[in-house]
Design a protein around this ligand. Structure first.
Ligand code: ADP
Ligand code: MG
Length: 685
């Protein structure tokens, strides 16, 4: 794959526009970092005042700068950026980093200003990063166009972030603990180059083994998912997204709409993308170092090797949270452990060497454990005490595990006294954590990745028997919430199973319809604005004769109203299948337990639409409704494949008919063979 940001990391010359000799200015910081962080190409500070900065000649204008120059870092106030970008275009520079803030983040006027930058860029064929960013760096080229305080060492992690502060903070921390980075990309307002471009770039970069992404806004969530899918086919991706709380601005006219939120959409996007979502900056880094340093485990069986009981117990609890468990150590493995561990060692799991193990004990015990076929990974835990040098333990753990394919993470707790130990572990590619729960989280991230790699999400399969022409005709000229009969017709055209139904304006008409379709039937009141029919006593089920139908009609339906006569579906489990449109990620499909309590129980799963059958099966399995369908307490299993089919059809309907904003099948009645959509609500934008 081509790296769309190649020139940003490998320019044959860099011009810095707005260069200042004043060490308190950002532009001085940029030049300082270009010079001192190892960039070998020519650096051209540009400032009408001329002079010299850090021994470099300052050019009065861009036209005076000699070739080659591929990249411009523009460190001018917002008001001067457009003119500077235009100058770059005229000078033949096709790549720019725009540091200044004061654009889209300020609102409408700033957004217009950004649009102006885009126009200039289009005119000259320029690609630019920013505005409102701290720049980019590559530790292998090396090149550092940022004004950050420090440059991280070389390493396997690629970081891309909408926030410049997250980049700066992470770099500072990384330097202290000895974690290295391959590339750092600060996107800022991503007026041109966006998250998807950055992911493609990091995907192509051979030095990047894992990508950590901090995301604020995604104007085009689908584009992000496509790029993330390309990336995760090659390497792991960990994502932290800010702003995951429900937006509350979306019009909600269905069950699905009420249950959906920005968070559901983001998590569904991560699933489709094969990305690992995390909840905090700490988790972003914790997961990234585990994924960068170690291979994923072949299975979930972990061992905790420790010199203290309490932290081991906490670690064990947390392994469980991530779907991992303690391995059952065989008698042979336990016998070998007894040979090499201090006397009194408890050789069950956790393997507790008690208070006094030396570094050698860790080496020997780790070798035994990593050799054991019943072990898929190890959490080595050491609580510093007086008699064992903590640095030696770190080196011992590092050496013993360097050549093993199995993942090993290490928790050494403490403050300043363990810094050197932490650096030694990272240098040996053993992720270090300060607490057992974070170490367990690291292993958990590896396990998640193991399963993502094992089963990548396939592309959605096409469905047969969808009458697109008929659906289009049914939707023609409609808006708002469609009537139950219209909903049923759309569902039928979509290939879903819908019981026969018709609309009656009188008791006699209702009886005639019922005679035509056969008993038993259901009578439902139809009135504009009536969304929950049964709440208002508007649904009578199990009508077995024409007289019963007439009687129910007379009792329930008021003058000027109508009634839907519908054939009863066979008995079954009631589930809900729905879909809505997320403003960032597009259509999402929902599955859950049906009926009137769906909003209370929140037993629901979401996926991006359209979805492959595998994802449909997965979302069913995730919910309590899915377990009911599988059959509980002697009940027969229901037709889960019919639900899979309904989910896929609804997904395609949303994908192909963007005028549909929400749809609810509540309930879909799932029998032993087949599933019936008896109440279909469709909302047209
Ligand atoms: P609403 O959701 O507006 O109250 P529904 O059409 O969903 O109205 O009907 C309410 C309940 O009546 C359903 O959850 C289901 O239990 C039952 N029901 C409705 N239509 C049928 C049908 N055709 N066959 C069997 N049961 C039905
Ligand atoms: Mg209903």
């Amino acid at each position: 794959m081509n790296d769309p940001l190649h020139v940003f990391f490998h320019p044959r010359g860099v011009a810095v526009l707005g260069a200042s000799a004043n060490p308190t200015k950002l532009s001085y910081g940029v030049i300082h970092n270009l010079v001192t962080h190892g960039y070998l190409g020519p650096i051209y500070p540009v400032n009408p005042k001329g002079g010299e900065i850090l021994g470099l000649k300052v050019y009065p204008s861009l036209t005076d700068v000699p070739d080659p120059v591929d990249l411009a870092v523009i460190v001018l106030p917002a008001g001067q950026v457009a003119a500077a970008l235009e100058e770059c275009g005229r000078r033949g520079i096709r790549h720019a980093v725009l540091i200044a803030s004061g654009f889209g983040e300020l609102g409408a006027e700033g957004k217009e200003h950004e649009e102006q930058l885009r126009q200039i860029a289009r005119q000259y064929g320029i690609r630019f990063i920013g505005p409102n960013c701290v720049g980019v760096l590559d530790t292998y080229t090396p090149i550092d166009t940022t004004f950050s305080r420090t440059m991280p060492g070389q390493g396997p992690i690629g970081l891309v972030s909408h926030s410049g502060a997250v980049c700066g903070g992470t770099m500072d921390w990384a330097n202290v603990v000895g974690v290295g980075f391959s590339r750092i990309v600060s996107l800022g307002n991503q007026a041109d180059i966006d998250m998807a471009d950055a992911l493609d770039s990091l995907s192509a970069d051979p030095h990047t083994r894992v990508v950590a992404a901090y995301i604020e806004g995604l104007p085009d969530g689908r584009r992000f998912v496509e790029a993330a899918r390309r990336l995760t086919a090659r390497k792991p991706l960990v994502v932290l997204k800010a702003g995951r709380t429900p937006s509350g601005t979306r019009a909600v006219a269905s069950h699905t709409g009420a249950l959906a939120g920005a968070d559901q959409a983001f998590l569904a996007a991560c699933r489709r993308a094969g990305a690992i979502p995390v909840d905090s900056l700490e988790e972003l880094v914790d997961a990234a170092i585990a994924l960068a340093y170690r291979r994923p485990p072949a299975g979930p069986r972990m061992v905790i090797l420790t010199n203290a009981g309490g932290p081991a117990a906490v670690g064990a609890d947390h392994l469980d949270r991530h779907g991992l468990r303690l391995a059952d150590l065989s008698p042979q493995t336990q016998a070998r452990l007894r040979e090499v561990c201090p006397p009194g060692t408890m050789t069950g799991n956790p393997v507790d060497m008690l208070g006094g193990p030396q570094a050698d004990h860790y080496t020997a015990a780790l070798r035994v454990l990593l050799d054991a076929p019943e072990v898929d990974g190890v959490l080595a835990l050491f609580v510093p005490q007086a008699i064992t040098p903590v640095y030696d333990v770190a080196v011992a753990v590092g050496r013993a595990t360097e050549t093993s394919e199995k993942p090993v993470v290490c928790c050494i707790s403490g403050g300043g006294g363990i810094r050197a130990a932490a650096r030694a572990l990272h240098a040996h590619s053993v992720p270090h954590y300060l607490t057992p729960e974070r170490a367990a989280f690291g292993l958990g991230a590896l396990w998640k990745y193991a399963r993502i790699r094992e089963r990548p999400v396939p592309d959605p399969e096409p469905v047969e028997g969808m009458d697109r022409g008929r659906i289009a005709a049914l939707l023609e000229g409609k808006s708002g919430v469609l009537s139950p009969q219209e909903g049923a017709e759309i569902a039928a055209a979509c290939g879903l199973t819908v019981p026969p139904s018709g609309v009656a304006v009188s008791a006699d008409e209702a009886a005639a319809l019922a005679e035509g379709m056969g008993y038993p039937v259901v009578l439902k009141r139809v009135a504009p604005g009536l969304t929950h029919k049964s709440d208002a006593g508007g649904v009578v089920v199990g009508l077995k004769s024409a007289d019963a139908v007439r009687e129910a009609f007379a009792r329930m339906v008021r003058a000027e109203e109508r009634a839907l006569v519908q054939k009863m579906a066979p008995a079954g489990v009631e589930v809900v299948v729905g879909a809505y449109r997320d403003p960032q990620f597009g259509p999402l499909v929902m599955f859950g337990l049906g009926g009137v309590y769906v909003e209370v129980l929140r037993d629901v799963a979401f996926r991006m639409a359209p979805l492959p059958r595998a994802e449909a099966r997965e979302m069913i399995a995730e919910t309590a409704a899915g377990r009911l369908l599988a059959g509980v307490r002697g009940q027969a299993a229901r037709d889960i494949e019919a639900v899979v089919d309904a989910l896929c059809r609804v997904g395609w309907l949303m994908e192909e008919f963007p005028q549909i904003s929400e749809i609810d099948l509540n309930p879909l009645i799932v029998g032993e063979r087949g599933a019936w959509a008896v109440d279909v609500r469709v909302v047209i934008r």
